[in-house]
Write a protein that binds this ligand. Sequence first.
Ligand code: ZN
Length: 89
Amino acid sequence: MTNSEQIWLKRFVTSFYATAKKMKERKMWETSLCPICNMSVEDTNHFITCKDERATDQYKKSTTKFFQHLQKVYQNYVTKELMTITDVI
Ligand SMILES: [Zn+2]
């Protein structure tokens, strides 16, 4: 996972990322509508449930990459733990 992807993920998990709703509240955007589908207020919930094909495609790509990262980290963790256990034995 790249640094920018890690930063984005931390912001997403902690809800500290800029949705259109937050950008409108901060008076940085004129609308709070989703910039992809332009049909609903883009808040945290809409961010992951937008039904526009471009959003669902990106969601699938991002979650696939994220789960591959977790799988790699988990495998490294399990491997490290197994090595520790075998050192003790
Ligand atoms: Zn949308």
